[in-house]
Design a protein around this ligand. Structure first.
Ligand SMILES: *[C@@H]1O[C@H](CO)[C@@H](O)[C@H](O)[C@H]1NC(C)=O
Ligand SMILES: *[C@@H]1O[C@H](CO)[C@@H](O)[C@H](O)[C@H]1NC(C)=O
Ligand SMILES: *[C@@H]1O[C@H](CO)[C@@H](O)[C@H](O)[C@H]1NC(C)=O
Ligand SMILES: *[C@@H]1O[C@H](CO)[C@@H](O)[C@H](O)[C@H]1NC(C)=O
Length: 466
């Protein structure tokens, strides 16, 4: 029943497009859609990985099931053997996913304080468990097992009510152990049982019910023609309720789609190429270097220091990317204080320095040519184009030498969050020498990266954005 209804829906979509739809189900047409402007302006997002894997909360968390029962990786097999009764199955974890302390308003407040402009949450990871009451989930979703709540719906409501963040949904196309997927895979994807029964209806439910502003596709373990990705994206862009503003990524088929087709490019986990890219991209990275989900054995040394996070933000935005900063909530529904602290500290930094991040464009140079650990962005202001030098290491003398800018007699050098302008040398030459006054500790605007704003440079022009 359900399958034929979905197929019918696809048929209608495809035939409607012959006459009136803007985007056609092929990559050249899908790729021609301009990226909705809000996404490039937003620059910073927060990512969360949450699911049944948050219960064992062990090792690479979200991957535990596959490492334990598909790949038989020794530490995972040993952990399960030692700590769980014989015959314990992965499904037995689900009732322990209770989210009993989950308060979406509290998460919303932390997200707003983080300075992020968008939020993406896993609605279903490779384990197949859906955090919303999917009509095609049989007892493997958060409404029937575990929390007994529509976690996605509650978050959508809280974030829209309490914050200005854009709301995004992560969705894994495949599920490791779904029997229909396993059958299709063993048939080299010549059969197509799983997409019409699961992947497509899930995507339609997510888009129609929660109207995400980002659809973050993952788990594309199968070719694009198996997932009918271009047909789905044509519907998303032409007819869906989010067609005018939805943004998506590039994980729509494992036959060379990633980093080449779709919306913005993710290319790889923790992608940060260090040079300017000619297509909008995103650095999806983790504060816990080891895992995407919450890990009970996480150590302070596994966590990214603020200096490192600010470097990730500066280098990513400088090279035309957005950054998506991941934290893993607990199975009981909280964000543990060390992650909360880092998110709030990111917000403190952005409060002072956001002018150099949000709505900026890449400059002609990304990092400086002379001084290490300096990354540039640029932005049109009322007074022409400002260039921002994000200095990640405070100069050891009172002199900051930058090789890329060409100052003029009209150049003004200031520091974001600090009153007054700085003297400099080098008018008419390549390079600028900035004299930094002695700044009392309590007048320093921030702790981990300082932004020098250069106005009136001869070579101020930005690179074209996306
Ligand atoms: C994509 O679809 C458009 C519209 O149907 C068509 O004009 C174009 O030739 C197609 N491109 C490819 C590569 O098939
Ligand atoms: C899926 O894609 C194939 C072409 O690869 C097409 O023949 C088929 O009609 C599509 N199915 C749906 C439901 O869109
Ligand atoms: C700037 O970045 C490039 C490319 O990553 C690197 O080769 C170069 O050494 C960097 N320059 C400085 C001064 O650090
Ligand atoms: C614009 O530049 C002029 C001098 O060139 C300066 O007096 C004025 O304060 C600047 N305005 C802003 C908004 O920065």
């Amino acid at each position: 029943m359900r399958t034929s209804r979905v197929l019918l829906c696809f048929t209608v979509v495809v035939s409607a497009c012959i006459s009136e739809c803007k985007y056609h189900p092929n990559w050249s047409s899908i790729d021609s859609r301009p990226l909705p402007a809000w996404y490039d302006e937003a620059k910073v997002g927060v990512f969360m990985h949450w699911g049944v894997f948050s219960v064992p909360s062990f090792g690479e968390t979200a991957w535990l099931w596959a490492f334990w029962q598909r790949d038989h990786v020794k530490p995972y097999v040993d952990y399960m053997t030692k700590n769980y009764r014989p015959g314990f199955t992965y499904a037995d974890f689900a009732p322990e996913f209770k989210a009993e302390f989950f308060n979406p308003d509290e998460w919303a407040e932390i997200l707003e304080a983080s300075g992020a402009k968008y939020f993406v949450i896993t609605t279903k990871h490779h384990e197949g468990f859906t955090l919303w009451p999917s009509k095609v989930s049989f007892n493997w979703n958060a409404m029937q097992v575990g929390p007994k709540r529509d976690l996605i719906g509650e978050l959508a409501t809280a974030i829209r009510k309490k914050t200005s963040l854009h709301f995004g949904l992560y969705h894994s196309l495949f599920a490791w152990f779904d029997p229909l997927y396993v059958t299709d895979k063993s048939n080299n994807f010549k059969t197509q049982l799983y997409p019409p029964a699961k992947a497509w209806p899930e995507l339609y439910e997510l888009v129609n019910n929660y109207k995400p502003e980002i659809l973050w596709s993952d788990g594309d373990a199968g070719p694009d023609w198996y997932w009918n990705s271009t047909q789905f994206l044509a519907w998303l862009y032409n007819e869906s309720p989010v067609k005018d503003y939805v943004v998506t990524n590039d994980r729509w088929g494992n036959n060379g789609i990633m980093c080449h087709h779709g919306g913005y490019y993710t290319c790889a986990d923790r992608y940060n190429p260090g040079k300017l890219q000619n297509h909008k991209w995103e650095n999806a990275m983790t504060l816990d270097r080891v895992a995407w989900g919450y890990r009970r054995t996480v150590k302070l040394s596994d966590l990214m220091a603020m200096e490192e996070l600010i470097y990730q933000i500066a280098s990513t935005v400088s090279c035309g990317g957005n950054i998506l900063v991941n934290v893993g909530p607990t199975a009981w529904g909280t964000i543990v204080p060390i992650f909360e602290q880092k998110l709030r500290q990111m917000g403190e930094w952005l409060k002072v320095n956001g002018e150099a991040i949000y709505s900026t464009k890449p400059w002609s140079h990304q990092n400086d040519t002379v001084t290490k650990h300096v990354w540039y962005t640029s932005k049109k202001t009322g007074n022409g184009t400002a260039v921002y030098a994000i200095v990640l290491k405070w100069p050891t003398t009172n002199i900051l030498t930058l090789g890329a800018p060409i100052p003029t007699s009209g150049t003004v050098v200031t520091m974001l969050g600090y009153a007054g302008s700085f003297g400099f040398k080098g008018i008419g030459q390549q390079g600028i020498t900035i004299r930094i006054p002695v700044i009392p500790f309590y007048e320093m605007p921030c702790q981990w990266g300082w932004v020098f704003k250069l106005e009136g440079l001869k070579n101020a022009a930005s690179k074209v954005g996306f």
